[in-house]
Design a protein around this ligand. Structure first.
Ligand code: ZN
Length: 296
């Protein structure tokens, strides 16, 4: 099943385009909230709806929003690909992730769509293509073996990062990666059953047509199942929550010299079987001087 966001409401991929979920026969689902409140029921209903759809409500090329527009929690994972950890070692002094991955959060309000603009707050903003996992069934202390049964689906994401902010002080992953528009997401949520093997998907990122990142999710140090087991040991993962699972090698900050995003740049992010996003960079309001201005 492939779920998209058209005009802010859920739509299902069918032959020739998309089916509007709210107006489909026997639908009890008029929003993403109602879809995620009953993910298992929705899956069953959607299977029938797709099978019996006569004609699509929207053509294939209809603009789409983020396929999960309003998660309650969004998690990020740092240094989850060995090649990226190695390229970052000079910058970080070598991050020890033997016992526990580096976990941070991204504010849900940073989410934008698969063709949304990326607003650059400064001259050291960077790209990170990532596999994003959406939770379908609440996960409370689940095992690695059981973790995939809590997954709604997979998406393409960008973990846009203001590096100057991210490395202020000890580390500021959360605010450095949570500026407005810093979480492009979409163009669709794809359920795991659509893949022969959902644990090994190729991911790539281009800037202005130049391939900058290439990897496969099979290289992840902590797998999707590992991350769900770990996070759900700490907090209950709620339906619609997202996990950005880390980026492969090739980010701009770690080139010599660094090559950051510029206004006018076009970032294309693609994951095998999940589709592609095209996000245009524009000059945003300048990042505040976070180091000195926030004392009373
Ligand atoms: Zn990242």
């Amino acid at each position: 099943m492939r779920l998209a966001n058209i005009n802010g409401t859920p739509a299902l991929a069918v032959d020739g385009g998309f089916l509007d979920v709210a107006s489909a026969p026997a639908s009890r689902y008029d929003s993403f909230d109602t879809v995620f409140a009953d993910w298992t029921g929705f899956r069953g209903w959607a299977e029938q709806a797709v099978r019996h759809a006569s004609a699509p409500d929207y053509p294939h090329d209809t603009p789409r929003g983020p396929a999960v527009p309003a998660p309650r929690q969004v998690f990020g994972v740092g240094f989850n690909y060995a090649a990226h950890s190695q390229e970052a070692a000079a910058l970080t002094g070598g991050v020890q992730i033997d016992a526990l991955p580096l976990i941070f959060t991204k504010f849900p309000s940073s989410i934008t769509g698969p063709s949304g603009r990326i607003e650059l707050p400064d001259t050291r903003t960077d790209f990170e293509v990532e596999l994003v996992v959406a939770i379908g069934v609440a996960a409370d202390r689940v095992s690695v073996a059981d973790a995939w049964s809590h997954v709604a689906g997979l998406l393409v994401g960008q973990d846009v990062s203001a590096r100057a902010v991210q490395f202020l002080g000890p580390e500021q992953h959360t605010i450095g990666k949570s500026f407005r528009t810093f979480s492009p997401l979409g163009p669709q949520l794809v359920t795991p059953d659509e893949f022969a093997d959902p644990t090994t998907l190729e991911l790539r990122c281009w800037v202005n047509g130049e391939l900058r990142q290439k990897g496969t999710t099979g290289e992840m140090t902590y797998s999707v199942a590992d991350l769900i087991a770990l996070l759900s040991a700490v907090t209950t993962l709620l339906p619609g929550d997202l996990i950005f699972t880390g980026t492969p090698a090739g980010v701009g900050a770690l080139e010599d010299p660094p090559r950051y995003l510029q206004p006018g740049d076009v970032v294309v992010s693609e994951i095998e079987g999940l589709g592609r996003m095209e996000n245009h960079c524009v000059t945003g309001r300048p990042a505040p001087d976070l180091g000195t201005r926030w004392h009373g």
